[in-house]
Design a binder for this molecule. Structure first.
Ligand code: UD1
Length: 423
């Protein structure tokens, strides 16, 4: 199992090219299943999660491959199987997105229940509510979701949940509803940029989706979908991670291929902390320098502060003098990184879903264990500033969501390397 070794203390300088968004690429790949023929998806990051989706496609009998560095060709002319088995779904929860797409295309699907997750409970009740709202029959059998419908029928479906809107449930319903008879209205829809990107791709396929990006999405069902070409939006979580990296390590960097308008809450928070940020068309410049101030953060669905940057922000706040408070409202148990940051010398305490960070301490390098994708990134960021050597174990989590992170940080001047280890 590989690990990453970081020697802390160098400032970051230079430019970094942000990859296409994993969380937009995955649902758009599922969308390509809706019509027979060849879709071309550009700016697809080469990440483990994308390759897991390709394995599921192979299982479905769909031909898909990278035709150059970041262009994916998906040929969904034939689908020979309508199931997603546990061995694949357990590797990546987003596999559940094939549920809506298979229902839209084939009218039936058998998808394994995703199972537990290290960031806390992740129910799928809203996904199922969406499909049932389209008059599909949905049953649980032997750990699988078995769904079928002779015909999907549109309706008004409320998708708000205990923790706000659900990105995945909104996408699954969109994927099925574009093929349903009549009009579907999703009330309480997730407003994330990745939902908009999926809607734009579906419209490029001939679908009629309006209102994406607002809590009310309207879909006029159609049987006339065709393959399409599309370019994925930049990854706002990767971009946010590099901005936080600049704040934590010092220096100045320019982000290229980035959408600043997708990062409003993050940019605002980092400015409050003391990072100087300027936005231009397609790029962001971040400069550290002056004094840093503590902040209070609450993670929320978009356009609030993203839960996927909570761990990285916590690493930064450990180094900012004063007391910062982080409230996690999306995944109240998402704090696996906390004890690992404390091993590096941080002082963070937890009360329910609220973390109190006593910042300003000097982190010191140590071996730490990555528990999930974003927690791994937080530990790498902490390693950039910690005195001495930090070794982050189980970095395969990082490969799920950060394209060439070691190479990108090395190009910015970090002393970081990947160590191949036997299991
Ligand atoms: C997506 C992102 C993930 C991000 C999350 C929240 C992808 C592939 N993943 O995950 O990186 O952290 O959005 O921004 O895009 N919930 C229910 N019932 C459901 C579904 C969700 O109660 O049926 C709850 C979840 O437990 C959570 C909240 O709703 O508390 C938001 O989850 P959701 O938006 O669905 O996350 P994902 O789509 O799985």
């Amino acid at each position: 199992m590989d690990s990453i070794e970081i020697k802390g203390g160098t400032k970051l300088e230079g430019e970094v090219l942000i990859s296409g968004a994993k969380n937009a690429a995955l649902p758009i790949m599922a969308g390509a299943l809706l019509a027979p023929g060849r879709s071309i998806i550009r700016r697809v990051p080469r990440l483990r999660d994308i390759f897991t989706m390709l394995q599921i496609f192979r299982h479905l009998g769909v031909r898909a491959k990278f035709v150059d560095e970041d262009t994916l060709e998906i040929n969904a002319s034939t689908i020979t199987d309508c199931s997603a088995p546990y061995e694949l779904v357990r590797k990546m929860r987003a596999s559940i997105l094939v549920l809506g797409a298979l229902m839209g295309r084939m009218g039936r699907a058998l998808v394994s229940l995703p199972g537990g997750c290290v960031i806390g409970p992740r129910p799928i009740d809203l996904h199922l509510k969406g499909l049932k709202g389209l008059k599909a029959q949905v049953e649980m059998e032997h750990g699988y979701i078995k769904a079928s419908a002779p015909e999907l029928i549109g309706g008004e479906i409320y998708l708000g949940g205990r923790f706000g809107s659900s990105v995945g449930a909104t996408m699954n319903l969109l994927l099925a509803a574009v093929k349903a008879r009549g009009t579907t209205t999703i009330v309480g829809a997730a407003c994330e940029p990745e939902v908009i990107d999926l809607a734009r791709f579906l419209n490029r396929m001939g679908a009629h989706v309006s209102g994406a990006g607002s809590p009310r999405i309207t879909i006029e069902g159609s049987n006339e979908l065709h393959p399409a070409e599309y370019t994925i939006i930049p990854d706002r979580i990767e971009a946010g991670t590099y901005l936080i990296a600049t704040a934590i390590s010092g220096g100045a960097i320019i982000l290229r291929n980035v959408r600043a308008d997708h990062l409003d809450a993050v940019i605002e928070t980092l400015r409050e902390i003391g990072l100087k940020i300027t936005k231009e068309e397609g790029s962001i410049t971040a400069r550290s320098g002056g004094p840093l101030s503590p902040v209070d953060i609450t993670t929320l669905p978009y356009p609030g502060f993203p839960t996927d940057l909570q761990a990285q922000m916590m690493a930064l706040l450990c180094t900012v003098p004063g007391i910062s408070v982080i409230v996690e409202k999306v995944y109240p148990e998402r704090f696996m990184h906390l004890p690992e940051l404390n091993r590096l010398g941080a002082e963070i305490s937890l009360e329910g879903a609220t973390a109190v960070v006593r910042g300003g301490c000097r982190l010191s390098g140590a071996p730490v264990m990555a528990s999930d994708l974003r927690a791994s990134a937080a530990l790498v960021l902490a390693g950039l500033v910690a005195k001495g050597k930090t070794t982050v174990r189980r970095v395969y989590h990082l490969d799920r969501g950060y394209e060439r992170m070691v190479e990108k940080l090395t190009a910015l001047g970090a002393r970081i390397k990947r160590i191949k280890e036997d299991a």
